[in-house]
Design a protein around this ligand. Structure first.
Ligand code: 13P
Length: 247
């Protein structure tokens, strides 16, 4: 049985004060059966960690460098995240691939580094609209998956969370249909099975992300292969996010 996991990706939103307020609302509305993660901006990690200690709410960062330290101006290392007590880190979000030169190679390095430091990566994959229109979305996602998990052991693979986020569904209000989402996620699971084995692919949790809202969460979560959601916009409003985690 895979435990459902709903994660809020706040992106570049919320000051420390606003973050404290939002997390205070969320932490009182957790459910026993669902793992809930808030991926907050770096500046809010420490304060949020203090507020959620003693609760089941998990903390995530939105990116990290793969090195532990060094001359990388503006970057944050796994040691720094670990010091705060971060549980998860989003790796390879399409916005980072698109605007900040994230590549399959850097994604792979970051995943290895996160695992080494006991931070669970939430690894994002997903095709662009033109790629879906050209019917190459599976090829694209398969290549992202295989490159991301190059030289990752089966033992590590089962800890990882994958988020399938079709780029055309992010922040657009246009969700993939539940069939499209489940079809791709089951394809990702098969790709993992072919690379490892059934034992691994049965354990890996795969989320859907892209315009997940209170009105579509239930049908998404009811799909056979979808284990959770990575939520942008709707994770910023307490009333919406609380509805999502009580799907
Ligand atoms: P939206 O939920 O705003 O579409 O964002 C999805 C996303 O990018 C989560 O990482």
């Amino acid at each position: 049985m895979r435990t459902p996991i709903i994660a809020g990706n706040w992106k570049m939103n919320k000051t420390i004060d606003e973050a404290i307020q939002l997390v205070n609302d969320i932490k009182n509305n957790l459910k026993e059966e669902v793992e809930v993660v808030v991926c907050v901006p770096f500046t809010a990690l420490n304060e949020v960690k203090k507020i959620i200690s003693g609760t089941k709410l998990k903390l995530g960062a939105q990116n990290m460098h793969w090195e532990e330290s060094g001359a990388f101006t503006g970057e944050i290392s796994p040691l720094m995240l670990k010091e705060i007590g971060v549980d998860y880190v989003i790796i390879g979000h399409s916005e980072r691939r698109q605007y900040f030169n994230e590549t399959d190679e850097t994604v792979n390095k970051k995943i290895k580094s996160a695992l080494k430091h006991n931070i669970i990566p939430i690894v994002c994959v997903g095709e662009a609209l033109e790629q879906r229109e050209d019917n190459i979305e599976k090829e694209v996602v398969k290549s992202q998956v295989l490159k991301a998990f190059e030289d990752i052991s089966a033992e590590d693979m089962v800890k990882i969370v994958i988020a399938y986020e079709p780029i055309w569904a992010i922040g657009t209000g246009k969700t993939a249909t539940k069939e499209e989402a489940n079809d791709m996620i089951s394809f990702i699971r098969t790709t993992i099975m072919d690379k490892y084995d059934r034992g691994v692919s049965d354990k890996v949790r795969i989320q859907y992300g892209g315009s997940v809202k209170p009105n579509n969460i239930t049908e998404i979560m009811n799909q056979s292969d979808i284990d959770g959601a990575l939520v942008g916009g709707a994770s910023l409003k307490p009333e919406e996010f609380i509805k999502l985690i009580s799907f």
